[in-house]
Structure formats: C-alpha cells, structure tokens
Design a protein around this ligand. Structure first.
Ligand code: ADP
Length: 162
C-alpha cells in the first residue's frame, strides 16, 4: 500500500497546504497529515487548534488521517507504515531547505523517499507567515484560507493585540 506522510507546522493551514493535500491524495492510497508541535517556531495557534483547523478544512476528503507527531519524522514515517514524505515546493526559495531535509532524512532512513509537489501557481506565493502578516494588518484573507480559518485568525490577532 502506498502511504505518505505530509508533515508541517500548519500555523494555520492555507489553500496552498490544501492544494498539496488534494494532489497528494490522488497519488497515494493513504495520506497522513502530520502536524508538528514545532515550539521553536512559536506558533500563533497551539497544536490542538492547528489539528482542528486541518481537520475542518479537509473534512470532505475521505480516509485522510490528521494527526500529530513528536521526535524524528522518519521514525513516525516508519511507525505509520509509510514509505514517502510529501512536501510542497513553492518558489526557488523553498528549495535549499527542502533539499537539505530530504537528504538528511534519506541518510537517516534509506527506504523513505521524499516526494515534492508544486501547488497551483495561484498559491505558489502563499505561506502561513505571509497570511499572518496580512491578517495582522487587517487585509482580506478570503482568497488564501478557509473562511473559518480566516475568522479564527482575525480573532486571534485581535486578542494578541489586546
Ligand atoms: P514547515 O514548518 O514544515 O515548513 P509548513 O506548514 O510551513 O511547515 O509547510 C509544510 C509543507 O507545506 C512544506 O513542504 C511547505 O513547503 C508546504 N507548503 C506550505 N505552503 C505552501 C504553498 N502555498 N504551496 C505549496 N506548498 C506549501
């Protein structure tokens, strides 16, 4: 069975992430979205909130598993019975970091392959960071995230600003 893990911080999930999930879903028999706690990135949303939003946005996709993991990604991949890591590639700026991660993961686990997918070009400039910036400055989020994610983001920004 072809199983892939799509790991990320998803702080919060954007249309770019969803695009990669939907493309990946067509390629693998089972896809596991793995939300990393990543405290070093100081996420705006806690782990439970990020998991909930990924679940909400992808609820129409049958058999998609949304979970969390801690520790080494390749260990989680093995534990899940998966053989592939799915990652999204946006502009060239993603390449160096992703290249490094893919090769280190290959050193750690030879049998795990990293697969890169490109999003639809309308999402190729999107990142959770830029979305948080737009929200912070009161811009419209309509084209970038699910309406419920937009609502939660605006609410969180308001409460952070006090
Ligand atoms: P991480 O902290 O692991 O980079 P992210 O949530 O930022 O977590 O991203 C998870 C994965 O989704 C990465 O492979 C990233 O390149 C990809 N990704 C994020 N936004 C987009 C987008 N707009 N288009 C394509 N891939 C994306």
């Amino acid at each position: 069975m072809k199983i892939a893990v799509y790991p990320g911080t998803f702080d919060p999930i954007t249309h770019g992430h969803s695009d990669i999930i939907r493309r990946g879903f067509r390629m693998f028999e089972r896809l596991i979205v793995a939300v990393a706690p990543n405290p070093s990135k100081h996420p705006l949303f806690n782990l439970e909130e990020r998991l909930e939003m990924v679940g909400l946005v992808t609820q129409d996709i049958p058999n998609l598993e949304v979970t969390t993991f801690d520790g080494l990604l390749v260990d989680f991949v093995h534990k899940s019975g998966a053989h592939a890591i799915l990652r999204g590639l946006r502009a060239i700026s993603d390449f160096e970091h992703e290249f490094q991660m893919a090769l280190i993961n290959r050193k750690l686990a030879e049998s795990v392959e990293t697969v890169f997918l490109m999003p639809s070009e309308e999402y190729s400039y999107l990142s959770s960071t830029i979305i948080k910036d737009v929200a912070n400055h009161g811009g419209s989020l309509k084209e970038f995230v699910h309406p419920e994610v937009a609502r939660r983001l605006q609410e969180r920004i308001r409460s952070v600003k006090g």
